[in-house]
Design a protein around this ligand. Sequence first.
Ligand code: NAP
Length: 517
Amino acid sequence: MAPLANYVSGRWSNGTGAGIPLLDPVTGEELARVSSEGLDYGAALDHARGVGGPALRSMTYQERAQMLERIAQVLSSKRESYYRIALENSGSPKSDAAIDIEGAIFTLKYFARLGAALGPGTYLQEGDPTSLVKGDAYQSLHIGTALQGVAILINAFNFPAWGLWEKAAAALLSGVPVLAKPASATAWLAQRMVEDVVSASIVPPGTVSISCGRAGDLLEHVEGRDVVLFTGSAETAQRIRSHSAITARSARINVEADSLNAAILGPDAAGELAQLFVREVIREMTVKAGQKCTAIRRILVPQPLVEEVIQGLTAGLAAVIVGDPRDSKVQMGPLVSKAQQEAVEAGIGELARESTIVFGDAKTTDRPDTGAYVNPTLLLQREPYSAQAVHTTEVFGPVATVMPYRDKQDAVRLAAKGRGSLVCSLFSDEPDFVQSVATELAADHGRVHIVSTATGNAHTGHGNVMPMSTHGGPGRAGGGQELGGLRALRLFHQFSAIQAPADAVRRLSERAASYRL
Ligand code: NAP
């Protein structure tokens, strides 16, 4: 089987060698292969910098926004083929695939709207002019111009569509070409989307490239004007971050790594709020079979409510139908691969050395061996301060641990034991508690998601990443920041101070895009 074609240096080409097989995680059947062997990454990046960059930079924000809208339209028109690939290659039921595919289209459309509002400028202005001398004759103005390199997008296996386009949308809108390197195991969907976009002739040459297969010597060719956006495990992040080309050339890098996200049930939680909390935890554990970087891994519950919450969770998890996503009754499919199944089983074993399994077990006997299935598994840790693994081991599957807390400070301290997370949610109707805890949690989390009884059916979900809100967390979560409306554009711009006579500053300011955070 020939590997899926890569698109670099303005042409389609197949990698050499045997390649890496992409398997159906239900049947184990081989679906495709990927290979980046033989690709000249240096030439690919030069082409993007030399051809794609100037083409994008000659366009206004408004024109790039129209391009994003056209990309979204092409992807929308082909979406049924993407659902089929997600089913076959990721084992995703339709509702899981929608998060990835519709999430990608939604995010592109959102950035298209933001870009349209930026107007006809080609650079950004940040803040107002500031006088540098007595009087206003000589001033300083901060402007942002598009980086003159390439945005290199290295993505994780769990969001082949959204992971690509949420990064590409902000880069392309900024005027920076992209080279995508999806995770090998699920690269098919990203590759097909890029193929559709390139075939539709809606992006200038050199602006969108894709390489499927191993990264090889890609990072050797990174230059100081490039930006590397990485999403994946903390271990790979460390390797990429410390790569000599990145450190020696001071290339920008944005890391979205793993995260032990917590959900806190407020001490005031009465029946309905506790039910909403239980429903959300079950959803987070089972959507995409728990393969979401934002999924709830640690469940913090007031001591007196622990038994009630566990009862609710076990009843809900028992009702989840796990199996082949081709069956429309199935709610949770397999993990993405046998390797992930083994990793999750090992992770459950590690957690269970300190915590007690109260629902589920790693081994599955009632489904074919070919499937990478793992049952939802709930653990209880009664001594959350002495336990280690629950705060350090990310088990990337349908697995979470309940822990009791005593008071507000205790809840905040336990959440912080994740050493920096993408998101923490808080379920409470008590305004003072919410206000004080939210600000304390914010220091260790990229996003704090608050749910009250009144908004129980209206909130966007603990794990859903909305393009209006920032995505990324401090510390262990990688220290990166993506999305968050126009904030997303900062990563792809060089902000410089222009010190000049007032008249020159005024003229620069008049032509800048109206960018206000
Ligand atoms: P991974 O093994 O770290 O791989 C991530 C990406 O890095 C893949 O494209 C991989 O390519 C590539 N890669 C591996 N070694 C590399 C190297 N030396 N140089 C350059 N690229 C390299 O992660 P994963 O298993 O795909 O994803 C699961 C992890 O991602 C979990 O820990 C999860 O928490 C995290 N994640 C985080 C976020 C977030 O936004 N914070 C979102 C989703 C997932 P190959 O596939 O070819 O090896």
